[in-house]
Structures are given as C-alpha cells and as structure tokens.
Design a binder for this molecule. Structure first.
Ligand code: ATP
Ligand code: MG
Length: 603
C-alpha cells in the first residue's frame, strides 16, 4: 500500500508547477530568500495586510478580483484588490477612531461574509491582533476565548450577537466595542452595539498600514480541541513570509488562478489559506457563503472554473458518500490541483479523487501551531496515497523519540521507525507560544526540536506517513496500532462511510482495538455486517492489528472543524468524563439549530 504511486494527470495546457524542482529547492532554499521577496515597509517594518492587499491596491493587480462571493441565493459579488483595500482602510480607520490600539485584540464571529475579510485585514493593517471565532460556537466557548484573548472589539451579526454574545456580555468588561453587520433597523435593536456598515461609510478610503515589526503579534488562533481544551496559539506578522511561499509550493497558487478554500474562517486554515496566502499570491478566491452540499460544490467547481481546490477529508468523505456518479455530470476540466488537510486522508479518498474528479487528492500536513503547511504531496512529485508527502523547502522535519516530559536528548529515528513528528524551529509562521501558558509552550520545545504531538513514520524516500496523535495510538499485546491504518482498512469496505478506532483496556492485551463505524445509505448494521467488517479488516491488517470489537453509530463525534474525536469515543466507551466539549459538533454548548449565518459547514 505504501509504495503505491499515483502518477500525475496534467490538465490540457496546464502551467508547469510553481514548485518545479522540489529537490533542488529543498537543498538551496533559505527563508531569507522568501523574506527578500516581500514588499516590506520603511524601517524594516512588516505588515501582513500590506503584503496581502495594500501593495497590490495600486499595482498591476488593482483591478483583479480578489474575492468572488457566492451568496446562498442570487448573483455572485466581486471585490477587486483595489476595492478590498478601500474597505480594509476604512476598517483600520474605524478601529483607530474607536481607540483600539496596536496589539489589542479584534475578534470576529461571522460566517463567510465580505465583512469577515475586511475585519481580518483591517485589524492587521491597524496593527491590532485578529482572532477568529467559529460562528457555530455557543455562548460558553465564545466567552472563554474572548476572555482568554482579552478581546477589545468584536465583529458579528445581530442574530449571532443575540444568541451568543448578549447572554455573556456582562462577563466581558474588556470587550468595549461590538460592531454588527446587518440592516440598520436590526442593529438598532441591540443596545451597546454599533452599526459597522454605517460607520465604515464615514471613514477615509486609504490608510497607511501600521509599521508593525516582524515579531509583533498579528493573529491569535485557537486549536480545534480534538485532544483536549483548545489552546491559543500566537502568530506574528512575519508568518506572512511562509503563508506566501507555502501557498505557491503546496497548493500551486499561480497569479490569476481561480482558487477555492472550503475551510471555515473560524479556524486557522480559513485564515492562512482562505485569506492571506491567496491574496499574497494574486489569485481570485471563490467564497461560498452556503453550507456544504455535494451538488452545490460540483456546480461551483464547474461554473467558477476552479483551478485549485483546498478542502478537507471530512468534505471528501461526504462527497464520496454521495457516490462517484454524482460527479459525472459536471465539467471539472479547469481543476489542476485538489489538496486536503486537517485529518489523515485515507488512500481510498486519494484514489476516489482520481476517479470522480479526474485528479488525485494531494494530502498535506500542518497544525495551528505551525501556522502554515509544512509537509505536502506537491504537484511536481508523485503522490503516495496515505502519505502526507515530504517536507516543504525550508522545513526540517524528523521522526524522533523524545523523553517523556524531560529536557532531552531527542533521538532522531531512521526510515521505517515510528516516533513523534518533530520540526526544527525557525520557520517564519511558527507559533511564538500558547497565550498565557508558558509552561505548556516550553514542553513543546525539547533539545532543539518542536514536538508536534503527532506520530509518524518516514520512508526511505523521505515521505512521511501519519500514524496517529500521540494520545490516540493504541498499544495492544506489545504492538503499536495506528488508528488511521485501521480506519483506512475499514473505509475500503463499500458499506463503510466513516470509522473511528480506539484502544479499550483489556486485562490480557493491555488494550484491544475497538472500531466505531457509520454506514453508507442502504446498509444495515447487523451481526452479519459486523462479522464481514471484522473479517475484511483482519484480511488487510492481520489479526494483531485488526479490531476485535466493532459497533455501529449513526454519526461519529466530530469537532466542529470536522475531525473525528477519538477521545470522546474512548470516554463514552469507558464511561469516563467527556472533558472539554466546547468544539464538539452538536455539543452541549451548541445552539439548538445552526443559525442562518452560522456557516456550520465542515470544516
Ligand atoms: P488540539 O490541538 O486542540 O487537540 P487539533 O490538533 O485538532 O486540536 P489543529 O491544529 O486544528 O487542532 O489540527 C492539527 C492536527 O490535525 C495535526 O496535529 C494532526 O493531528 C491533524 N492533521 C492535520 N493535517 C493532517 C494530515 N494531513 N494527516 C493527518 N493528520 C493531520
Ligand atoms: Mg493539536
């Protein structure tokens, strides 16, 4: 399985890959080379908003469409780079007028509406810090994050405000300004808030970006909370150096491309690769305000002539559930590259891409802490289905054995050995720490390495293979079992839509492998299917690794960003407390139904 290679299919007349010779660049690249390509500001200052939009606003890209918004219903709305800058400038002026200072935190609680993009970039231009909240959060996670991040201003809609912020507002004395996006009469119904659109219209249309230093804090991103309580990762303006080149290398973004990132702007992918990287690279981004629906997605790929599509395994699995035939009627010939991030991408999904979309799916790996893509199946190299690919230029990655909780030494492991994925610190988008948690930050940096918390294996050619999160791997009868591998095997059975695998304590084996499975339509979870699935897994994996127990669930518990929460499967199986469920899809904090602008689509 590992050695299998999917050869490239090039679209007719497609341009050569932006990263044409990965091996050569890996050998020669220095981050200073990428720093030198930025516009910068006088005196060595660097501002993300200027790099992303400001510098284009009067240049050759001024009239290019930066964002094409597809509303839930109605005609698309285009915003050019120049027009976007006008909005960004107005927002930055408004923050100044309100007294929001440099380094102060501006939060958004919005779906994929135009004002979201204005908020991100306007806050950065002002020199403030931007932090996104996922619009489907309930009041509790909203309050926790605003409190931890010391939110000074929040941009949201009247409906989201009423449901999620008003109930906790009196517990947030530091939150001085709430700006609402909506019709004036709706905004007027909420005392203590401001009408964003009205105020923006009064502001000047150009702005001199704040001369922020490369190391000034720019973004605060909360992790997905898959393994526990979400952490706030601090990123600085210099991260833009990495956003720019990694988009070019891993996603093959080329000037003039139509690009579509389906990640919700409430998470890091939606900001790094939904806002900053595409703008730096001069592409046109499609932004779909509606929720996930396979037919709508196919239509968008066809009608917008999307060349580069960045999505996630949950979304791919949902499209797979709709069946290969659902893809047939659509013309996807403009697609040059489909990439995925966020969870392991099962080999089955890579191959499905090739059959249904005409393109294999390129998996890549990174995390909130790395700020940008670190490891990728790039266009110029063959994909190995099930592998995350190789490290990008400028990224030194290794599989290591690190001492439990100690200062070192870290041992670098050879090909084929399983260990923790580690990165050599120093890439520009590396988080500078967890907000207010120095001890936890310190624990990640050991003996000159950043330890990612993920386990992986490197093959002889340098491809990295995801094994599992450190917390999720299963030790059974002396073997280490990768939940990903077991889940992939189950997924290769036609009845299985999703699978989540855990270790269940067992007096003999230490842990035994238990699988939870949700089925495709038309299959019944009965004893015969249980037997068939266990046999299927045993055939592929061998008896030592295959699950011993299997249960059916209508849906697996997932984070709101679409990741399977194995720790919840485990807690429920063992009757243990569920821990922090603030990011659980449909969890206790969730409102009864997603609001219209909730943007509840994965991920
Ligand atoms: P928390 O740290 O709060 O538990 P999280 O790790 O899910 O949440 P993110 O930073 O959003 O929060 O996710 C990054 C993690 O997602 C990675 O560390 C890895 O476990 C997983 N991941 C991302 N991309 C891939 C991939 N291509 N293959 C396998 N796993 C991936
Ligand atoms: Mg994590």
């Amino acid at each position: 399985m590992e050695r299998e290679v999917v050869d490239k299919l090039e679209g007719p007349g497609g341009p050569p890959p932006a990263l044409a010779d990965p091996a050569a660049l890996r050998a020669s690249f220095r981050w200073d080379d990428a720093r030198a390509e930025l516009a910068g500001l006088p005196g060595g200052a660097l501002n993300m908003a200027h790099e992303a939009v400001g510098r284009h606003a009067r240049g050759p890209l001024a009239d290019r469409v930066a964002f094409r918004f597809l509303p839930r219903a109605g005609a698309p709305r285009d915003l050019t780079y120049a027009a976007l800058w006008t909005e960004v400038a107005r927002f930055a002026h408004l923050l100044e007028a309100l007294g929001v200072g440099r380094g102060e935190r501006v939060f958004s609680l919005l779906g994929r509406v135009p004002e979201l993009y204005t908020t991100v970039l306007g806050a950065l231009a002002r020199g403030a810090v931007f932090s996104p909240l996922f619009a489907a959060f309930g009041p509790e996670p909203v309050q926790t994050r605003l409190e931890l991040g010391d939110g000074r201003a929040l941009v949201t809609t009247p409906a989201l405000y009423a449901q999620k912020v008003a109930p906790v507002r009196d517990r947030l004395p530091g939150l001085r300004h709430v700006l609402l996006v909506g019709a004036p009469e709706e905004v007027a119904r909420h005392p203590g808030t401001l009408d964003l659109r009205r105020l923006l219209a009064e502001q000047p249309a150009d702005y001199a970006p704040a001369p922020t230093a490369p190391e000034d804090m720019a973004l605060l991103h909360f992790t997905s909370g898959t393994t526990g309580k979400p952490k706030g990762a601090v990123h600085v303006h210099e991260a833009i150096v990495a956003h720019r080149v990694t988009g070019r290398w891993a996603l093959d973004l080329q000037p003039g491309d139509v690009y579509w990132c389906t990640a919700d702007p409430g998470w890091v992918t939606g900001i790094s690769y939904g806002v900053l990287s595409p703008l730096c690279n001069g592409v046109t981004s499609v932004v779909d305000e509606a929720d996930f629906a396979p037919e709508r997605w196919y239509r968008t790929l066809q009608e917008q002539r999307v060349a580069v599509w960045y999505t996630a395994p949950t979304a791919v699995r949902m499209m797979m559930r709709a069946g290969e035939e659902a893809a047939r009627p659509w013309d996807l010939s403009a697609l040059r590259l489909v990439a995925s991030v966020g969870e392991p991408l099962n080999p089955e999904a890579v191959r499905w891409g090739l059959r249904a979309l005409g393109r294999p799916i390129h998996d890549n790996w990174w995390q909130t802490e790395t700020g940008g893509i670190m490891v990728a199946n790039v266009r110029a190299e063959p994909i190995r289905p099930g592998s995350m690919g190789r490290p990008l230029p400028g990224v030194e990655a290794a599989v290591v054995r690190a001492p439990e909780g100690g200062p070192g030494p870290v041992e670098v492991l050879g090909p084929g050995e399983e260990g923790e994925l580690a990165l050599r610190p120093g890439w520009p988008s590396m988080f500078r720490g967890y907000l207010n948690d120095e001890a936890r930050t310190r624990r990640c940096f050991v003996d000159g390495w950043y330890l990612t918390g993920d386990l992986a294996r490197r093959d002889a050619d340098g491809y990295l293979w995801f094994v599992g999160r450190k917390d999720d791997v299963i030790k059974t009868s002396g073997h280490l079992v990768s939940p990903f591998e077991v889940e992939s095997a189950l997924l290769s059975h036609p009845a299985v839509a999703e699978a989540g695998v855990i270790g269940k304590p067992d007096p003999v084996a230490g842990h035994l492998v238990k699988a939870f499975v949700s089925l495709r339509p038309g299959h019944a979870g009965d004893a015969a299917l249980t037997k068939a699935l266990l046999a299927h897994a045993r055939k592929l994996l061998g008896a030592a690794v295959a699950p011993k127990e299997l249960a059916f669930l209508p849906e697996l518990p997932r984070t709101r960003s679409g990741k399977i929460m194995r720790r919840l499967l485990r807690a429920r199986e063992l009757g243990l407390p569920e821990g922090d469920t603030s990011t659980l899809e449909g969890g206790a904090d969730a409102p009864p139904a997603a609001p219209p602008e909730g943007g509840g689509a994965p991920p």
